[in-house]
Design a protein around this ligand. Structure first.
Ligand code: G6P
Length: 590
């Protein structure tokens, strides 16, 4: 999703910092980019569609500007073209903006009636003209920002430069993340840590309603009530190495290969007492929601607490049945997903306790929830999540285990020792690259690929299918195996790839019957089976055997080959694996 970077300082060239920052934000997904800077008293704005490389070719890096703002845009209002790309400018005011100004149509009409003309389709142009309109009345940017906040509704993280104040950057934040990087004789603005990680490890998180005036030596922050506050300066944990590929072809591959390590790091969580709640509601989006579905099976089965999983964007607008006896669990890698954040705010209004399972420390959701468990997956760069999903599943599995109804169950008694073995087991699956490449070669040219499974295996199918379609652009669906006969089986023809996941002993026979049905209709069946359940037969064409482990942990090794098959299919299709088209790493607008 959109990214912001800003720089003020005389020691470095603004353009170098802006482009480096934007390149570090590329992973979030974007379709155009741009920069604005002031050099020799002159404002220059450059924008391009497509990759940052294209923007770089238009820039004169010899110009040693000491102030500038940059942006990667993921189109929401208006197509990705040069006019709609940021920065947007009106006379003295130039801005970059993340988020959505929800009342932009009404504001636009108001401004048009005052004689302003608009060139783009964006809500951001409305914001810049509104800011200018407010500014030119007093020639005071801070006053204009104060008024702007009263008029603009929705979400905005804004970086602003004013051509009459060449030594000042302004920042405004509401419902969309924005940080200020604190440097020596230089300060920075960024929507996300990687943008500035090469320059400083000190930063200030702006809260909703905050705005700031930033010069190279001074940062003044005002809160929602327009009072100057003393901001807390925090320190990042890791250095810039966290955004390197470490020799792998893609971040996604690197991140999959980190999964064994992630298990070791995330294996210890503090128990949250789930059993005092009558019901659990999990809210999340995308893969995090799929992790929630795995969690639902485990929590219901082992902790005996009814658990619902709600897509956060649906939860926001439906009648909901939660109260103070409900625990609402928000799962999010980034901790910034707008719909998930809003779902947490709604849960709080209903007096429900909230628990966040979050990867990014100090992110908006992490700060909003009552309890937080951090998934120690480390920074994830590839848009398609892998190791963070795995860490989410691990946390949910551990919560189910720690809250188990029956401590005498064998799977509960052996869980800790089984958990110690899990990284080794995952390493063994990571080593079977040939098998995944072989399967990828057989299916990468197909138009439709189906995944089937039952129960917890169905939840895994949903994630496996999402991974494949996200990065390879092949149409794929996950089906509850028992539902096939009610529709999807009509799509099966000679050679249609069907990947069947069978790890749950109690229903293995049922899924195997479904695989036989599709095989009889010509499907190319890939059988994913645990070694304990492994059966010979003529109902499959290819097979991957997953080492058997504790059933509470089994989803984790099972997803690894699915992620790698998706990766190799996308590679054979020459797709942009780390930055799939139209997708964003963290969706900070609804
Ligand atoms: C985007 C990403 C997905 C991710 C989802 C939820 O759609 O592309 O990979 O699962 O957002 O993100 P979150 O940061 O809340 O886990």
């Amino acid at each position: 999703m959109c990214g912001i970077v800003g720089y003020i300082g005389k020691e470095k060239k603004a353009l170098d910092v802006l482009i480096n920052g934007l390149e570090h934000l590329e992973y979030r997904g974007y379709d155009s980019s741009g920069v604005a800077y002031i050099y020799n008293n002159k404002l220059t704005i450059k924008k391009e569609t497509g990759r940052i490389e294209k923007l770089k070719n238009t820039l004169n890096f010899n110009e040693k500007a000491s102030i500038g703002i940059g942006h990667t845009r993921w189109a929401t209002h208006g197509i990705p073209n040069k006019v709609n790309a940021h920065p947007h400018n009106y006379k003295d005011i130039t801005i970059v903006h993340n988020g959505i100004i929800e009342n932009y149509s009404a504001l636009k009409k108001e401004l048009q009636s005052k004689g302003y003309e608009f060139k783009s389709d964006t809500d951001t142009e409305v914001a810049v003209i509104l800011l200018y309109d407010l500014y030119h009345q007093t020639n005071d940017v801070l006053k204009a920002i104060k008024e702007f906040k009263l008029k603009a509704q929705g979400a905005y993280a804004i970086g602003l430069i004013c051509s009459n104040e060449m030594d000042t950057l302004y920042a405004i934040k509401k419902n969309s993340p924005l940080i200020i990087g604190v440097g020596k004789k230089a300060n920075y603005l960024a929507s996300d840590v990687p943008a500035i990680v090469d320059y400083t490890n000190q930063y200030i998180i702006l809260n909703d309603g905050d705005y700031a005036k930033v010069t190279q030596d001074k940062i003044i922050v005002y809160n929602d009530k327009n009072k100057e506050i003393i901001p807390t300066i925090k320190t990042f944990e890791a250095g810039s190495e966290m955004v390197s590929k470490n020799g792998y072809d893609h971040y996604m591959l690197k991140e999959i290969y980190e999964e064994a390590e992630v298990i070791k790091r995330s294996a210890h969580i503090t128990k949250v007492n789930l059993r005092k709640y009558q019901k659990i509601v999990i809210v999340a989006c995308g893969s995090a929601m799929h992790a929630g579905l795995v969690g639902k099976y485990l929590i219901e089965k082992y902790a005996g607490i009814p658990t619902e999983v709600e897509i956060a964007s649906e939860f926001r607008y439906k009648k909901i049945f939660i109260n103070k006896k409900t625990l609402v669990i928000a799962i999010s890698q980034s901790g910034e997903t707008a719909d998930t954040l809003e779902a947490v705010k709604i849960a709080k209004k209903y007096h429900s306790d909230t628990l966040g399972i979050i990867n990014v420390k100090e992110s908006s959701i992490a700060r909003e929830v009552k309890y937080v468990i951090y998934t120690e997956a480390g920074r994830e760069v590839a848009v398609a999540t892998t190791k963070a999903y795995l860490a989410q599943v691990l946390v949910l599995a551990l919560l189910a285990y720690l809250n188990a109804e029956n401590k005498e169950l064998e799977v509960i008694k052996t869980l800790e020792s089984d958990l110690k073995e899990l990284p080794i087991l995952i390493e063994s699956l990571l080593a079977k690259t040939d098998a995944y490449q072989r399967i990828a070669k057989k299916i990468y040219h197909r138009n439709d690929i189906f995944y089937i499974g039952r129960g917890i295996d169905y939840a895994l199918c949903m994630e496996a299918s999402l991974k494949l379609k996200e990065i390879s652009y092949i149409h794929s669906e996950a089906y509850a195996a028992g539902e096939l006969k009610h529709g999807t089986i009509s799509l099966v023809e000679e050679g249609t790839p069907i990947i069947g996941i069978v790890t749950d002993k109690s229903i293995a026979d049922k899924t195997i019957s479904n695989l036989k049905e599709v095989k009889a209709r010509g499907a190319y069946v890939i059988y994913i089976i645990t070694d304990e359940l492994d059966t010979e037969g003529d109902f499959y064409d290819d097979k991957i055997v997953i080492p058997t482990t504790n059933p509470i942990l089994e989803p984790m090794p099972t997803i690894v080959p699915m992620q790698l098959i998706a990766y190799y299919v996308a590679k054979l299709n020459k797709c942009d694996i780390d930055k799939p088209k139209n997708l964003a790493k963290s969706v900070t607008v609804e």
